[in-house]
Design a protein around this ligand. Structure first.
Ligand code: GLN
Length: 257
């Protein structure tokens, strides 16, 4: 029997799942299962009713190419964008990687074509400098400053980034962290990602959660505490392999353990 349950809305899996982003879903489900927490996956596609999204305790959105982002945005503009904004404002938990955050800011200017107006949930803008400039590609490591991870485990997040768009935060926005190696939001100001209420935006793919189990648990606890309105402590599980992966990437990128 499951003790606790979460409804996890997965935004547009058929349009926004680049660079193995679906691995994040597997991690959340499995880390839940090992603690008797049932995670119900609600795939949200263009044909899905907005009422399904309304049930979400936790929202995940992955990356995608500019073309797919346009299609997604057209659908979000109908009714789901408003619902998404309400959910985030109600402190529902969100993890948004790469392409999806670009749609949650004020706008995204793709490499080719017209500006795509975003939902304005995050106070930032994203602009691609066009096809003749380099993309921000490679392994990335950040030191986390925007959320309170279990520092006893690690205060790093590691991942892989591949984006043409550059994101610029307005002064009031809390970045997720500081870039130690890699490009991050724009390759210039060393900021990476953004945090608004319980929503986390980041350029880290890879996917992010398998290599960063502390982030997965942080988000699960937030979602459960928000839903059940009580303090939640997750049962420890054997995730030594995941931690080996995390530290071997840290070592590879930073040359330290
Ligand atoms: N289309 C966006 C960009 O190139 C996002 C890419 C991605 O999600 N990896 O910036």
């Amino acid at each position: 029997m499951n003790d606790l349950e979460l409804d996890l809305a997965w935004l547009y899996p058929s349009l926004m799942s680049t660079y193995s982003d679906r691995g994040n879903i597997f991690v959340l489900v499995q880390r839940g299962r090992l603690r008797n927490i049932k995670i119900n996956i609600l795939p949200i596609e263009t044909a899905t009713a907005g009422s399904t999204l309304e049930k979400a305790d936790f929202i995940f959105g992955g990356g995608s190419q500019d073309r797919q982002q346009e299609i997604v945005m057209r659908d979000l503009r109908k009714e789901k964008g408003k619902i998404l904004k309400q959910l985030i404002d109600q402190n529902k938990v969100g993890l948004f990687t790469c392409g999806s955050p670009q749609l949650l800011g004020h706008y995204y200017e793709p490499a080719v074509g017209k500006r795509i107006d975003g939902l304005g949930i995050f106070d930032f803008t994203s602009v691609s400098p066009g096809l003749n400039t380099y993309r921000c590609i490679g392994n990335i490591i950040i030191e986390v400053t925007g959320i309170a991870l279990d520092k006893g485990k690690s205060n790093y997040l590691v991942g892989f980034e591949n984006h043409g768009g550059r994101t610029f935060l307005s002064h009031s926005v809390r970045p997720l962290g500081k870039v130690l190696k890699g490009f991050g939001n724009n390759g210039k100001d060393k900021t990476e990602g953004a945090v608004y209420k319980n929503a986390v935006a980041t350029y880290l793919h890879g996917p992010i959660l398998p290599k960063n189990p502390h982030l997965a648990d942080y988000l699960l606890v937030l979602a459960l505490e928000n839903k059940y309105q009580k303090k939640i402590e997750l049962k420890p599980i054997d995730d030594s392999l995941e931690w080996q992966a995390h530290w071997s990437v840290v070592k590879k990128i930073l040359g330290q353990n």
